[in-house]
Design a protein around this ligand. Structure first.
Ligand code: NAD
Length: 434
C-alpha cells in the first residue's frame, strides 16, 4: 500500500518506519523542516531503541521518505495516517489545533480517494469532526473514508511494542474500511479488535485512564503502608500474583508523567463533563497523582527542615526510563521546588538532559555521570529508574557522599541491600533506613 503519515513525533515516526518495514511504501510529512532534514539522513531526532536502524534500512530500500510538502507527500497515497500532537488546553480538554491544521492541508492537497486514519489520541466524536472538516473545504473531487486506529506503544520500547503489542484496535463505521485496515495491519501479526469509530476512540482513553488509576491506587497503598508499618514491595507482589489484578503497573513511586497519562485522564474527564457525567474516580486519580509528585520533596523537607545552599544530586529527569522525554515529568516540579528552597541542584540523566535544559529554570548543574552528580552531595534523590541508576551500587553513595542520605522515588534498591551499608535511605511505601 502507499501510505502517508502526518507528524513525525514518537508515534508518527515509529508508525511510519514500522509500516515501511512490513512492506508498505511510506512518506512521512512534518511541518518541522529541521526534523525532516535530519530524518532524510536516516538520523532519528528522538531516542527510541531500534528506530534508527529501521529508518536507515527502509530509506535505503526506497520504502520510506520524508517531506514537508503535503502535495508531494500525499501524491498517489491510498491511506493517510494523522499522528500529530493533541496536547491539553488549560481546561483539561484536548487541544485539536494541530489536527485541524492537518485537515485544512488535506482539503487543499488531496487529489484521490483515501482512507484517513487517526492515530492521535482524540476525544470521542473527533473522527466524525475530522471528516466533516476535510470535506467542508475539499478542493478536489475525492471520497474521504475515516477510521480510528489509536496507538498503544510505550515510549522507550515503541518499535518493540508495535510488533509485539497486545492488540491493534481499528474503528470505522464501514466494514470495507475495516477490511482494508485489517490487511494493512496483518503484517504485525497481532490480535485485531474491530469496532465502530466511537468505541475505538473510547478504548484508548479508557485504557490510559485505567492504567493511571492503577498507578495512583498502588501509590495510595504505598503512602498508607508507610504509616502502618507495611512494605509496599511485599504488598504489590502479593496483590500482583492474583491474575485478576496482574503484576504490571503495581510499582509505587512518585506518580505518573509523560505526554499521555496526565493529558488523557484530564481529557476524558472533560469529555464526561460535556456529556453531563461526573467522572469521580478519575478526578480523584488526577488529584492523587498531583499530591504524589510532591511527596519526595516533602520527605526531604521533613528530614532536613532547610536545604538552603545544600548540594542535592537529582538522578533521572525523563518521565520514565529509556526515553529522552521530559513532558510532564515529575523531575520538573521536583527540581523547581528544590531550587525554590535554595538547594544547589546537580543532575544526571542518560538521555533527557538536552530536553530538560529547555524547560528547567536556570541554575541547574548538568553533569556527565551519576558519580559527578552525587560526589560531595548532601542529599541524593532518584526520580527515574534507568537501568544505570538502578545498577549504580548503593555502596558508592557511601563513598561519594560524606553523610549519605538517599531519597529513592522509584524504589530502585531492596531494603536488604541498603541495610548492609551506612546509607540513610528513604523510599516510597517502605520503612526508612538509618
Ligand atoms: P509529538 O509532539 O512527539 O509529535 C507531533 C509531530 O507532529 C511533531 O513532529 C510536529 O512537528 C508535527 N506536526 C504538528 N503539526 C503538524 C502539521 N500541521 N502537519 C504536519 N506535522 C505536524 O507527538 P507524539 O508524542 O508522537 O503524539 C502524537 C499523538 O499520539 C498524540 O495525540 C498522543 O496523545 C498520541 N499518543 C502518544 C503516545 C506516546 O507515547 N508519545 C502513545 C500513544 C498515543
Amino acid at each position: 500500500m502507499d501510505i502517508a503519515v502526518i507528524g513525525t513525533g514518537y508515534v508518527g515516526l515509529v508508525t511510519g518506519a514500522c509500516l515501511a518495514e512490513v512492506g508498505n511504501r511510506v512518506t512521512c510529512i512534518d511541518i518541522d523542516e529541521e526534523k525532516v532534514a535530519t530524518l532524510k539522513q536516516g538520523i532519528s531526532p528522538i531516542y527510541e531503541a531500534g528506530l534508527e536502524e529501521l529508518l536507515r534500512e527502509n530509506i535505503s530500500r526506497s520504502r520510506l521518505d520524508f517531506t514537508t510538502d503535503y502535495e508531494e507527500g500525499l501524491a498517489g497515497k491510498d491511506i493517510v495516517y494523522i499522528a500529530v500532537g493533541t496536547p491539553q488546553n488549560d481546561d483539561g480538554s484536548a487541544d485539536l489545533t494541530a489536527v485541524e491544521a492537518v485537515c485544512r492541508s488535506l482539503s487543499r492537497h488531496l487529489t484521490q480517494d483515501v482512507i484517513i486514519v487517526t492515530k492521535s489520541t482524540v476525544p470521542v466524536g473527533t473522527n466524525e469532526y475530522i471528516k466533516a472538516l476535510i470535506e467542508e473545504n475539499l478542493e478536489g473531487d475525492v471520497t474521504i473514508n475515516i477510521a480510528s486506529n489509536p496507538e498503544f506503544l510505550r515510549q522507550g520500547s515503541a518499535v518493540h511494542d508495535t510488533f509485539n503489542g497486545d492488540r491493534i484496535v481499528i474503528g470505522a463505521d464501514s466494514p470495507e474500511v475495516l477490511d482494508v485496515l485489517e490487511t494493512v495491519n496483518a503484517g504485525f501479526n497481532l490480535p485485531i479488535v474491530r469496532t465502530n469509530l466511537r468505541s475505538a476512540e473510547m478504548i484508548k482513553y479508557a485504557s490510559n485512564a485505567f492504567l493511571a488509576t492503577k498507578i495512583s491506587f498502588i501509590n495510595e497503598m504505598a503512602n498508607l503502608s508507610e504509616r502502618i508499618g507495611a512494605n509496599i514491595d511485599d504488598v504489590s507482589r502479593g496483590m500482583g500474583m492474583d491474575r485478576r489484578i496482574g503484576e504490571a503497573f503495581l510499582n509505587a513511586g512518585i506518580g505518573y508523567g509523560g505526554s499521555c497519562f496526565p493529558k488523557d485522564t484530564r481529557a476524558i474527564i472533560s469529555v464526561a463533563q460535556e456529556a453531563s457525567y461526573d467522572m469521580q474516580i478519575l478526578e480523584n486519580v488526577v488529584d492523587s497523582n498531583e499530591r504524589q509528585r510532591g511527596i519526595i520533596v516533602d520527605k526531604v523537607m521533613d528530614r532536613f527542615q532547610s536545604i538552603k545552599g545544600k548540594k542535592v544530586a537529582v538522578l533521572g529527569l525523563a518521565f520514565k526510563p529509556n526515553t529522552d522525554d521530559v513532558r510532564e515529568a515529575p523531575s520538573i516540579s521536583v527540581i523547581e521546588k528544590l531550587l525554590d528552597e535554595g538547594a544547589e541542584v546537580h543532575t544526571f540523566d542518560p538521555a533527557a538532559m538536552e530536553n530538560a535544559r529547555k524547560v528547567l529554570p536556570e541554575g541547574v548543574h548538568y553533569t556527565d555521570s551519576i558519580e559527578a552528580a552525587v560526589k560531595n552531595a548532601e542529599i541524593a534523590i532518584i526520580l527515574t529508574e534507568w537501568k544505570e541508576i538502578k545498577e549504580f551500587p548503593i555502596e558508592k553513595y557511601e563513598s561519594l557522599m560524606e553523610n549519605p542520605v538517599v531519597f529513592d522515588g522509584r524504589n530502585c534498591f531492596t531494603l536488604a541491600e541498603v541495610e548492609k551499608t551506612g546509607v540513610e535511605y528513604h523510599s516510597i511505601g517502605r520503612p526508612s533506613i538509618g
